[in-house]
Design a protein around this ligand. Structure first.
Ligand code: CA
Length: 472
């Protein structure tokens, strides 16, 4: 505990971010607080939006968010799997500070109840708060969204489920994958992604403002399920799994469109901050997502697991259709939102993110971060500017220069010994300052993901799994 406290004191001044520019403070008087909409995709590939360059996926509504806002090219969740990524996003703090390294087990653990969520912070600033969709940071009653800063919850506690109502499986009594509304298990009709879009509209249309809505899709996470109508639109895609995936992303985009149109119809577009991102990279083999030009996929520390589409739209505050190349984290969403809402991000436990607005508007030069860290049980990574270090416990270290090797093809660990040693020391210092994990994961993932990392470091293209295993 002593070293953790010391680290928190040290980080307090370094990572919270610069003082707010006066134009932000001036705009956010209590009567002009912006509404906030965070749209989180689940397991979306880096290259799977039209605005990211996809040739076969169509996302006209998400593209519109990008066209009216800023697209980040070097943005990262804090984990390459669902639950810890969400814990980082929701608290604005490395989830390793509270032992949340791995996906939450079915029972007994969840996101530390002593951590304040973005819902808590915005509610204390007068916001009406809601989550529609996937929670996945604890199934227990003490971890329930309504107790973690959200007035409104329509969705599932767990990590994934069928896109259709199924009383024989996910919708059995007390199943954590069942759909619930504020503590009550309920039935739903139709395709879940469409239903989540409808519920987002219902929430937005409630009169009280400002609001904070976390629209947390399960799409395009497995199971691979789409409607016949959406599948028909992508009959040109020959690969069956890719066709289903395209239809699932199309449905998600349609649901996003409903929410965006609702904002427009209610005259809220000019005063709403919209974020769009994925919780982790695409698991290319299980849902046929495409992370190109990045190497790797969900569950590992190559960029394909931890670099995601990341968009911010805030009309009249940031330049439409712009691009931001600085090193950015999902940790930055928390302080950016709290600052925009007129709050003080420095209040409470130290945050690990930075208010992005001064960087986007040019009031602050450089990157929001020089260094970022990732770690889960057996595998770690660190960024220091253009340099990227990967650690695998059964292998050792690999080093890449992302400036001229974004696809992480050339391991420089043996050539750049000084750089390697400096980053090893930096990564290990950071890891030692974090809490121990409160739970682990099946040893199966140690073996499989260890091999995935080593194959990529050694340039082996084909990665074969020993056996099928569900999970995220
Ligand atoms: Ca995910």
């Amino acid at each position: 505990m002593i070293k953790r406290r010391a680290f928190l004191r040290m980080m307090g001044s370094a990572l919270i971010g610069p003082a707010l520019p006066t134009h932000i403070l001036a705009k956010n008087t209590p009567t002009s607080q912006p509404n906030i909409l965070i749209i989180l995709a689940d397991d979306l590939g880096f290259n799977d939006l039209s605005c990211q360059g996809s040739k076969d996926i169509l996302t006209p509504n998400i593209d519109r968010i990008a066209e009216g806002g800023v697209s980040f090219t070097d943005a990262h969740p804090t984990a390459s799997v669902c639950s810890p990524s969400r814990a980082g996003l929701l608290t604005g703090r490395y989830q390793h500070r509270f032992g949340h390294e791995a996906n939450t087990p079915p029972k007994g653990f969840g996101m530390d109840v002593d951590e304040k969520t973005l819902g808590d912070s915005l509610r204390s600033l007068g916001y009406r708060t809601g989550i529609v969709g996937k929670w996945h940071v604890g199934n227990g009653e003490e971890h329930y969204p309504n107790r973690r800063g959200f007035d409104y919850f329509y969705g599932l506690r767990g990590g994934s489920r069928s896109y259709f109502y199924n009383p024989e499986k996910n919708d059995r009594p007390n199943d954590p994958h069942a759909i619930e509304f504020n503590g009550k298990q309920i039935k739903f009709d139709g395709y879940l992604t469409d239903v989540l879009g409808d519920k987002a509209v219902e929430f937005i249309e409630s009169k009280k403002q400002p609001f904070f809505l976390f629209l947390s899709f399960t799409a395009p996470h497995t199971p691979m399920e789409a409607t016949e109508e959406d599948l028909a639109k992508f009959s040109n895609i020959k690969n069956k799994k890719r066709r289903i995936y395209a239809a699932m992303v199309w449905a998600m985009d349609r649901a996003v469109g409903k929410a965006i149109k609702c904002l427009e119809h209610n005259g809220l577009s000019d005063n709403t901050i919209i974020w769009f991102l994925s919780d982790n990279g695409g698991p290319t083999s299980s849902n046929s997502s495409d992370n190109s030009p990045l190497s790797g996929f969900k569950g590992i520390k190559f960029e394909g697991g931890i670099r995601v589409p990341f968009i911010l739209n805030w009309k009249n505050h940031i330049k439409a259709g712009s691009q931001f190349d600085g090193l950015t984290s999902a940790l930055d969403i928390f302080p950016t939102c709290v600052a925009a809402a007129g709050g003080n991000p420095s209040k409470g436990k130290p945050l690990d993110g930075t208010n992005l607005i001064p960087f986007i508007t040019g009031n602050e030069n450089g990157s929001p971060h020089q260094k970022l860290y990732w770690h889960k049980l057996w595998f770690s990574a660190m960024r220091d500017g253009k340099w990227k270090l990967i650690y695998v416990d059964t292998y050792g270290y690999a080093l890449y220069n992302l400036e001229n090797d974004l696809s992480e093809q050339n391991n420089l660990a043996e050539e750049m010994l000084e750089r390697l040693e400096a980053m090893k020391a930096g990564l290990n210092t950071w890891k030692a300052s974090m809490a121990d994990p409160l739970w682990s994961e099946d040893e199966y993932w140690h073996e499989v993901r260890g091999k995935d990392h080593i194959d990529l470091i050694q340039g082996i293209k084909t990665v074969k799994k020993k056996k099928k295993r569900s999970g995220c």
